[in-house]
Design a binder for this molecule. Structure first.
Ligand SMILES: O=P(O)(O)OC[C@H]1O[C@](O)(CO)[C@@H](O)[C@@H]1O
Length: 225
C-alpha cells in the first residue's frame, strides 16, 4: 500500500519524508486554506521538494466539467505530469474524468461516499478513487466496508483503478485497509505518527540500552567500543 502525506505544510511534509516510507503528497482546498498562501506557490514548493517523479494530488474547484478540465490542464502545466488531478465524483466530475482520462491525464476521483461513485469513477478512467473513510463513518455507515467494496468491484471488473483511501482519523482504519491490500492511503502527519507510537517498544529499547551500558559502560554504543 502506498502512503501519501495528506498535508500542505512543507515542514510537516519534510518531516514525514525524513522518517517514514512515504510516496507522495495529497492536498484538497481545505488543506490549502490552512497554508494561507497562494495555492500554486504552496503546491510548487511541495513539488520542488518531492521531485517530479513523486505523486502530487491537487483538486479542481470548478463545479462544471469544462471549468474542471481547464483547471486540470493548468495544474498539470504548472505542477508537472505526475500531478493527479482530484475531481469530485459528481455528474459534472464524471464527465470531466471521462474526457481527461482519454487524454492520458492522471485523475483521482474524490469526495467518494458510496460504492457506485467509486466504481463509476474507475470505469470513467480515474487512476485512483478516494473514499472518505472517516466521513462515511460519521454518517452512520461503514467507511472501511465502502472502501473494501469499491476495491473488490474494481478488481472484479478488471479495472486498473486503485483505491486511495482518505479521511483517516485513527490507526485501526489504516490497518484494516492495509491488511486488505488497497493500493494507497493518504494520511495526515499526526495519524501517520500514531501508527507506530508504541510505548512498549520504547520501553524495550530503554532496557536494551541499560543492559548494554551495564556490560560496556555508560554512553557506550557499537560506535565507541
Ligand atoms: O475528512 P478529512 O480529514 O477532511 O479528509 C478528506 C480527505 O479527502 C481528500 O481530499 C482525498 O484525497 C484528502 O486530501 C483528505 O484526507
Amino acid at each position: 500500500m502506498k502512503i501519501l502525506v495528506d498535508h500542505a505544510d512543507i515542514n510537516a511534509i519534510k518531516k514525514m519524508y525524513e522518517y517514514y516510507p512515504v510516496d507522495g503528497v495529497t492536498t484538497n482546498p481545505s488543506i490549502l486554506k490552512k497554508a494561507g498562501r497562494n495555492p500554486f506557490d504552496v503546491l510548487s514548493e511541495i513539488r520542488a521538494f518531492i521531485g517530479s517523479e513523486a505523486e502530487l494530488h491537487a483538486q479542481v474547484i470548478s463545479k462544471d466539467a469544462q471549468g474542471m478540465i481547464k483547471e486540470a490542464y493548468k495544474m498539470r502545466e504548472v505542477l508537472g505530469e505526475n500531478t493527479f488531478i482530484k475531481i469530485p465524483v459528481i455528474p459534472e466530475g464524471l464527465k470531466a474524468i471521462k474526457a481527461l482520462a482519454k487524454e492520458g491525464v492522471n485523475i483521482t476521483g474524490t469526495a467518494i461516499y458510496n460504492q457506485m461513485q467509486g466504481f463509476l469513477a474507475g470505469k470513467a478512467g480515474a487512476k485512483y478513487v478516494a473514499p472518505y473513510v472517516n466521513r462515511i463513518d460519521n454518517l452512520g455507515a461503514n467507511g472501511i466496508q465502502v472502501a473494501k467494496d469499491i476495491h473488490d468491484m474494481l478488481k472484479n471488473a478488471g479495472l486498473e483503478t486503485e483505491i486511495l483511501a482518505a479521511s483517516f482519523k485513527n490507526s485501526q482504519q489504516v490497518l484494516e485497509l492495509a491488511k486488505y491490500g488497497v493500493g494507497a492511503s493518504t494520511i495526515a502527519p499526526d495519524v501517520i505518527e500514531n501508527l507506530i507510537k508504541v510505548d512498549a517498544a520504547r520501553c524495550a529499547v530503554d532496557v536494551f540500552v541499560k543492559d548494554f551500558e551495564a556490560l560496556c559502560g555508560e554512553n557506550k554504543t557499537m560506535n565507541n567500543l
